[in-house]
Design a protein around this ligand. Sequence first.
Ligand SMILES: *Cc1c(COP(=O)(O)O)cnc(C)c1O
Length: 332
Amino acid sequence: MINHNRPSLGQEEIDAAAAVIRSNYLVSSEQIERFENEFCDYLGLDHGSAVVTSTGTSALFLALLALDAKSKKVAFPSYVCSALRNAVALASGNEVLLDIEKNGPNIDIEALNKSKPDIAIIPHLYGQPVTLDKIDKDILIIEDCCQSIGGTYKSKSLGTIGDIGIFSFYATKLLTSGGQGGMVVSKDKSKIAKIKDYLDFDGRVEQANRFGFPMTEMQAAIGRVQLKKLNGFLSRRKEIFHEYESAGLNMMKSVPGSIYYRSVMYSENPVSVIEKLKQNDIKAIVPIEDWEILGKKEDFPNALRMSKNTVSLPCYPSLTDAELEKIIKVLR
Ligand SMILES: *Cc1c(COP(=O)(O)O)cnc(C)c1O
């Protein structure tokens, strides 16, 4: 079976995890600090501009908290995973769901500006950077980079342009810290300090509501190894996408600065394409199904159309040339 997605872990990750177990330092120590600093280096931020979390969802919750989101209007697209809606429900309670643009997977910026939210969560979906310059300047921006680590907008790293950036290190994301994990970054170090204060709940003299969403040392050690491999991962993904494209498949166009988290193909009939691939032991999926659209799907015609004519093809670093050839042969 050729899976739709697969983590890419090897001996280096095994060694890094084992070294942590041998060290007996399991929480809040050197590996986490190094992971945060190396992540800052990768994005071109000063040290101290990042904090690890348990998941991408908790990173988003904490980002909202750092922007004092309680009761504030928070806008985000309906065509995205439910993590966004859940984090907004917890941290703000005042959601504004919006459609996506006509010819791409990202938020409709005109509709966003018109809705006049206090905060916007902007996913760079499938690795495609949003045109951030077009967003009204008085809207606070959380860049959701769970699918776009390593992407750029006007030569700047995604996640460093808005007020806050969030990342996920789930098993099948661009890099994994061993199954789950996340990160919040901000050029404004006071926001990171605020989040660190919130996370550090134990034994505090100054009483306040706080909550832990921790990453372990072992996770950070695995994440560090994966971060070193990230550029190699990204170039293999790009290669795979271009193979699909040059085979004449109707792929979703990428924009400058994109990375290739998904290889999305347009099709009039995704169900039959997926079935045909399945008969050949290849797993493809509809990246976001119509029933996954947040809110009432009829209110979001572009999202609905996208959900009905897209197929996500296998695209991950450990996909072999032979597997790729087979997928292309079946699709042709
Ligand atoms: C995966 C993902 C999340 C949530 O990350 P978790 O680590 O699974 O909590 C949020 N936003 C987007 C765009 C994602 O792809």
